[in-house]
Write a protein that binds this ligand. Sequence first.
Ligand SMILES: NC(=O)c1ccc[n+]([C@@H]2O[C@H](COP(=O)([O-])OP(=O)(O)OC[C@H]3O[C@@H](n4cnc5c(N)ncnc54)[C@H](O)[C@@H]3O)[C@@H](O)[C@H]2O)c1
Length: 256
Amino acid sequence: MDQFSLKGNTAVITGGARGLGFAFAEALAEAGANITILDIGTPQLGSLQTLAMKHSVKLEAYKVDVTSREQVNQVVETIEKEFGSVDVNINAAGVVTDEPFLTTSDKDLSSIFNANFVGSFLVAQACANAMVRKWEKIDKPKPQDAPLIGSIILISSVATHISTMAQQISCYTVSKAAVRGLVKPFAMELAQYGIRVEKTFPDLLKQFNQESMFGRVGEPDELKPAILYLAASTWTTGQDLLVDGGVSSWKHRGNW
Ligand SMILES: NC(=O)c1ccc[n+]([C@@H]2O[C@H](COP(=O)([O-])OP(=O)(O)OC[C@H]3O[C@@H](n4cnc5c(N)ncnc54)[C@H](O)[C@@H]3O)[C@@H](O)[C@H]2O)c1
């Protein structure tokens, strides 16, 4: 459908070397967007070339640690120069450690918080500034007829809504709750520039089958419609989109 076309847009996707981030890259490439991936890891050999050829889009992976302001700012400037603009930003880079709250170390506390929260903050900030530069080039739109300039999507976790007995992830959950906390103030501050901010919860894959209403975990591909909707919608901002197979909506069966 044309409304979901992202042709000519450039997306900055963190954590896109694999997993959900890569599925998001596929979804946006299918919709015609050019894709840039920011990751400390390397995409599977040939995967980006295949995607670029299949959808006739431009694709580039940059080795970047999202916790480094310097690296993030530098790469976003490079992308602006090489691709022309930043139109969509999806923050999927993240880390999780399964460890009891009682013994969580300072080292893990700071590394998880840095990767999940600080990383999302820094990349969203750099991309928002790039989007504002795009807005400034447009012939002084009045606030009421400001065009859609960009979309920023943050990836949180259903763990911030309901705990699972499958994992002990208090530190991760708090870092993702902090990510959720970014959505509404970002949306409020950025609306004047035509930038929308959304969040989604991709907690399908690692949940136990029994916790999902469908009796199975979700697949990365099943998040593509949600990501496409968030990236392309022109009338949604500041929202939480819970894509969790119903995990947080019932008292699921326990193990005993
Ligand atoms: N898979 C799930 O079920 C699930 C559930 C809840 C939330 N999430 C969230 O969704 C996102 C993607 O999950 P996934 O399962 O695909 O994870 P994944 O571990 O497969 O991929 C994460 C990617 O982020 C990259 N990364 C990590 N730290 C980075 C850093 N400092 N700088 C740059 N890149 C970095 C990794 O190299 C990796 O490519 C994460 O934020 C995760 O917390 C996933």
